[in-house]
Design a binder for this molecule. Structure first.
Ligand code: SF4
Length: 464
């Protein structure tokens, strides 16, 4: 048996994959250890952000040089960057002996002992043939109040800036029965909020594999039907999902916000650009007007819906006018939050060949303008919540309030982080509490439990 550490880069899907890996390694009898001493090091990589390959190399080189006297017996690079660069990683260090793409992950735990027993062995797992269902279950862990469940792998969209379809493969929806079974298990282990995950969740059931299963009589519901089935499971209080694609948002998906009480009034709907011209070059499959229609329909279904989004600024050929169209969309849609990045080439993606790249200084100046506007919008939206009542699902002690046991933090239905003060010290993890908001920070809210008058409330941190 060996000791192990896992480093995770990237999105919630990667975090979910790393948590699965940890559970299975523990079930195999391995033990967790700090990075400085672990015999096996797993680096789960992501290629969405800028220079992902360099980041992974830097991280591994740093660890290898810090552990010159006591190098790890096995280093494995997993995930999207592993898929992209494959066996090139082996040149980095003789200890780097396993490279596995996202679909190779199910086999990783079973190879650890073999690799430790044969120090010269190197293995690469880079095909797209393994499915999510081939993952073994792993050690049952006590589940926090919130849980994530993958409903699909890969993507069929080929947006011109993205390499996910090349690193995670084509879309494969998990079977309905496997998803329901995992949700039930997580609820039984203590989860009362579930977030369904996928690269393009609302295209669930639209892939080749799902269509073939359906033609053979298998129960493969639509995304809206899946939401209804999961949202009605006994014990589940809240359901969320991320990320949907605007082009795949159907009327029944929108209607679910009106009719499904457990579906939270929160949606992350990636816009990417407010300019129809840029959206067409990105290959997004919708234009500015279609996105605006969607927002109107969504807010008609659920008046208080909180929207968040992703934005890419400085896409090749983006003019000042295109960029201003993005700013105008931010104001019009009033996103509660957004993740914005400067465009950068991803080797293998189509936009690499676009010649009209935007200079870095213009990209950075635009990014700053987007982020400043978003900060103002968010502050304003949060300020409007002061003196209202909300429901907070508490996840752990507050990191903003130095009142151990008296202050807890969690998310409200809109996905906003709320710090809640109580009048006495107690354990509140997993409780859904009613709280009165009395102050707005830049990115979070401060509230007190509604039966507590808060007269003796003293914050000891600085305001965000
Ligand atoms: S929808 Fe587009 S951006 Fe999202 S993963 Fe698929 S190809 Fe990438």
């Amino acid at each position: 048996m060996a000791t192990f550490a896992i480093i995770t880069f990237g999105c919630q899907m990667n975090v979910n994959d790393s948590e699965w890996l940890e559970r299975v390694l523990l079930a195999h009898g391995h033990e967790k250890a700090p990075l400085s001493t672990a015999q096996c090091l797993f680096c789960n990589t992501c290629s969405v952000r800028e220079k992902p390959e360099q980041k992974v190399r830097n991280c591994l080189q740093q660890i290898i040089s810090q552990r010159k006297q006591d190098p790890p017996a096995l280093i494995a690079v997993l995930g999207c960057v592993a898929q992209q660069l494959g066996e090139d990683f082996f040149a980095l260090s003789p200890h780097l002996r396993l490279v596995a793409g996202p679909d190779g992950l199910p086999k990783v735990p079973g190879l650890v002992e073999k690799l430790l027993a044969e120090p010269r062995l190197k293995i690469s797992l880079l095909d797209f043939t393994l499915s999510y269902e081939e993952r073994e279950e792993g050690l049952a862990v006590s589940q926090g109040p919130t849980a994530y469940v993958n409903i699909m792998q890969g993507c069929d969209n080929f947006c011109t800036y993205c390499i996910v379809p090349y690193t995670r493969g084509r879309q494969k929806s998990r079977t309905f029965s496997a998803i329901v079974e995992e949700c039930r298990r997580k609820i039984a282990q203590g989860a009362c909020e579930i977030t369904l995950l996928g690269q393009n969740v609302n295209a669930y059931g639209c892939d080749k594999q799902a269509k073939a299963a359906r033609s053979q009589g298998e129960d493969f519901p639509s995304f809206a039907e899946l939401l209804k089935a999961i949202g009605s499971l006994p014990g589940l209080l809240r359901l969320r999902y991320t990320s949907p694609h605007p082009k795949d948002m159907r009327p029944e998906d929108i209607e679910a916000f009106a009719s499904l009480p457990t579906l939270c009034p929160q949606l992350h709907l990636p816009l990417q650009s407010g300019s129809s011209r840029v959206l067409a070059r990105m290959g997004r499959g919708y234009d500015r007007e279609r996105y605006r229609e969607l927002v109107r329909a969504l807010r008609k279904a659920r008046k208080d819906l909180a929207l968040s989004t992703d934005l890419i600024v400085g896409f090749p050929g983006e003019s000042e006018e295109d960029f201003e169209a993005t700013l105008a969309m931010l104001e019009e849609c009033r996103f509660l939050s957004s993740f914005s990045f400067c465009y950068s080439d991803r080797p293998g993606a189509r936009a690499v060949t676009f010649l009209d790249k935007i200079p870095r200084e213009i990209q950075h100046a635009r990014l700053l303008r987007v982020q400043n506007l978003q900060d103002e919008l968010q502050k304003d939206l949060l300020r409007q919540r002061v003196n209202t009542i909300t429901q907070v699902l508490l996840e752990g002690p507050s990191r903003r309030w130095n009142r151990q046991g008296y202050a807890w933090q969690g998310r409200d239905p809109y996905g906003t982080l709320v710090h809640v003060a109580f009048d006495r010290c107690a354990e509140h993890r997993g409780e859904l509490v009613t709280a009165q908001i009395f102050e707005a920070g830049s990115h979070c809210l401060f509230a007190r439990e509604s039966s507590y008058d808060g007269n003796d409330l003293q914050r000891t941190d600085s305001q965000s």
